[in-house]
Design a protein around this ligand. Structure first.
Ligand SMILES: NC(=O)c1ccc[n+]([C@@H]2O[C@H](COP(=O)([O-])OP(=O)(O)OC[C@H]3O[C@@H](n4cnc5c(N)ncnc54)[C@H](OP(=O)(O)O)[C@@H]3O)[C@@H](O)[C@H]2O)c1
Length: 334
């Protein structure tokens, strides 16, 4: 049996472009014991995939030139040589950018069939929202009356952070790029204020206007200048949760320097803490249960960008990195 896959043909130096990938036909390997053959239905498109194209990714194994692009997704079992996995079961795991994928069941998560859209398992009930919920639960702790800022606020993680913080009674401000995203945040998702970082010459001044009493928590998905601007309005004893630094994902060759604002972190008693969701896997089930409750009660609205067709996966990843999408980006295969 042959299947279509998307391979990397050139490593990016700086920005990623879709022409660095190409579709190929490949033979599907025979199943070994403990493996299933999946027909891939949805591919998750995520910022960490940009890092997989570097020589030494922070997360996961690097993708070599000529190899199929790595990526997580949901597939339906077509054949099984694993006990307790049957034809028709749905599974989430590392499937790669291909139509059919042979995978060991050890790394798979079973998807319980439900009336909710399958894509919820990648977004509002999946990794991004679990990241948001656990980040707030373990480090952020927003409480009623506090002021919370989140960057990349219209994205998969950010849109969940804002809505969950709001459900906990906080005042929520989002930073995002463009008027369409600002309107989504304020008019649909119930953010109290939103700032368009692409339109503001002085982001710190714009933040001071919408947070006149300062920030208590900054959930950082972006890093660099956005982190600087957030520091400038952070209250004494404020918290900063470092979740991502997408502003520097293309700067493969730029070495980290020591922390800036070092003296202020001490003098103002700030707590700045990195967060990696995989450290909290023992609490994923608890997080998912809480997210189901938030979704069912209407306090957490799903936001998605759906792109059709395996061949559009490179465009989907580049679009995500360039800020063209809102919410959770996924590719739906025919
Ligand atoms: N620590 C963890 O365990 C963990 C887990 C999951 C995700 N993450 C991180 O969380 C962040 C959000 O992930 P996500 O999946 O929800 O992605 P996302 O926010 O849905 O998509 C990425 C967004 O980043 C923004 N962006 C890109 N380049 C930017 C730049 N130079 N400056 C400012 N904004 C920029 C764009 O939005 P705009 O249009 O608003 O610019 C883009 O839409 C990423 O940094 C990701 O790596 C961390």
């Amino acid at each position: 049996m042959q299947t279509e896959a998307i391979t990397l043909i050139r490593k990016p130096i700086g920005a990623l472009t879709p022409d660095m990938f190409e579709p190929v036909m490949q033979a599907v390997p025979e199943l070994a014991d403990g493996q299933v053959l999946l027909r891939v239905k949805l591919l998750s498109i995520d910022p960490y995939q940009r890092g997989l194209l570097d020589e030494s990714p922070m997360t996961g194994a690097p993708v070599a030139v000529g190899a199929v692009m790595s990526g997580r997704g949901i597939g339906e079992v077509l054949q099984s040589r694993a006990p307790s996995w049957d034809v028709g079961d749905l599974a989430l795991g590392e499937v790669g950018w291909r139509e059919h994928s042979v995978v060991p069941v050890a790394g798979l998560q079973r998807i319980v069939k439900s009336p909710m859209p399958l894509s919820h398992n990648l977004g509002v009930l999946g990794f991004p929202a679990i990241t948001a919920w656990l980040g707030l639960e373990t480090i952020g702790f927003p409480t009623a009356g506090e002021c919370v800022l989140v960057s990349s606020a219209a994205g998969a993680v950010g849109s969940a952070v804002g809505q969950i913080a709001k459900a906990r009674g906080a005042r929520v401000i989002g930073i995002a790029g463009g008027t369409r995203k600002l309107s989504l945040l304020r008019d649909t998702l119930g953010f109290d204020a939103a700032v368009d970082y692409r339109a503001e010459r002085d982001l710190a001044a714009a933040l001071k206007l919408v947070a006149p009493n300062g920030l208590d928590l900054y959930f950082d998905n972006v890093g660099e200048q956005m982190l600087d601007a957030a520091f400038s309005v952070l209250n004494n004893a404020g918290r900063v949760l470092l979740c991502g630094h997408i502003a520097s994902y293309d700067d493969t060759f730029k070495a980290d320097t020591g922390p800036r604002h070092y003296r202020e972190i001490m003098n103002r008693r700030w707590r700045v803490q990195g967060f990696v969701v995989r450290d909290h896997m023992a609490r994923f089930a608890e997080a998912r249960k809480a997210l189901v409750d938030l979704v069912e009660s209407g306090r957490l609205q799903p936001v998605v960008t759906r792109i059709e067709g395996l061949r559009n996966a490179p465009v989907a990843l580049c679009g995500l990195l360039n800020g063209h999408h809102v919410g959770k980006t996924f590719v739906e295969l025919a």
